[in-house]
Write a protein that binds this ligand. Sequence first.
Ligand code: ZN
Length: 71
Amino acid sequence: MNAEIQNLLRCPCDPKVPVEKREDGFVCTRCEVIFPIREQIPCFLIHEATLPDGIRRIENLPCRKEQKAAN
Ligand SMILES: [Zn+2]
């Protein structure tokens, strides 16, 4: 995947928030959820993602909370 496309990728919880490429996958720069890369294809399904330490529920992610507040 080239860098230009990577720069366009956003957290699926909040389209304003970019993700960052790391060794273990793509990480949301705000909620720090890790989206895995499987067979070179990034998986941006929130239910497949690894939640950051201290957050057990998807509803508690900063990006999710922000979205709810905006609606
Ligand atoms: Zn996020």
